[in-house]
Design a binder for this molecule. Structure first.
Ligand SMILES: Cc1cc2nc3c(=O)[nH]c(=O)nc-3n(C[C@H](O)[C@H](O)[C@H](O)COP(=O)(O)O)c2cc1C
Length: 186
């Protein structure tokens, strides 16, 4: 696809088909993620991936219940309570793949670098006809020391972007954006 088409047609996908994703596909998308720019070219990212729908959903359930009990402490507003407690709400949308973009260091701009890598990954996925959704709601639970230990994430890393991936049941229509607010500096 042309770059502008990818930008316009990427959408957060929340319904996935039963089709699995291959490890090689995930590795290709992660390679695209690593092409992102980073401050001082430090490339302070690492990636964790899981291709097991059941396990992904199990983690999603645990993250959801933890968040419901710790919503405010985790920095989310009350309105998320309703979303999370809706019957059958699956935090990871029954996706067949989960990729975590991890910041390996607390370098001052590691967060920004990892966000750029995450966007690259989602755009590369769109280019291949694969849907994605960044699941920020899962982040606080994923960053608990006990969760990181259980998932055997590398020591000292921080989960920046939990991203689910899979083939969309259908592509949501491109929905455009508000006009940009632009201030030309005098
Ligand atoms: C930092 C961040 C966190 C997000 N967290 C969630 C989330 O927890 N659950 C969800 O369904 N979507 C989440 N999204 C997806 C946004 O809701 C979505 O990108 C936004 O509504 C714009 O829609 P679009 O991506 O289809 O253009 C997140 C997106 C970003 C960038």
């Amino acid at each position: 696809m042309e770059l502008m088409d990818v930008l316009k047609k990427r959408r957060a996908v929340r319904e996935y088909t039963d089709a699995r994703l291959e490890a090689a596909t995930i590795e290709r998308l992660i390679t695209a993620a690593t092409l992102a720019p980073s401050a001082m070219n430090e490339q302070p990212w690492a990636f964790a991936a899981l291709l097991d729908r059941k396990r992904i959903e199990g983690y999603g359930e645990r993250a959801k219940w933890w968040l419901l009990e710790n919503l405010h402490a985790a920095g989310f507003e009350e309105r998320f309570h309703e979303t999370l407690s809706a019957p059958g709400y699956a935090l990871f949308y029954n996706a067949p793949a989960l990729v975590l973009v991890l910041a390996k260091s607390s370098a001052s701009q590691a967060m920004e670098d990892c966000c750029l890598a995450a966007e690259n990954l989602m755009l590369a996925a769109r280019d291949e006809g694969i849907g994605s959704c960044w699941i920020g709601l899962a982040r606080p639970w994923l960053n608990l020391p006990e969760t990181k230990k259980e998932l055997r994430l590398p020591k000292g890393c921080e989960v920046v972007a939990p991203i689910v991936l899979g083939y969309p049941k259908e592509w949501p229509e491109p929905h455009g954006r508000n006009p940009a607010e632009i201030y030309w500096l005098a």
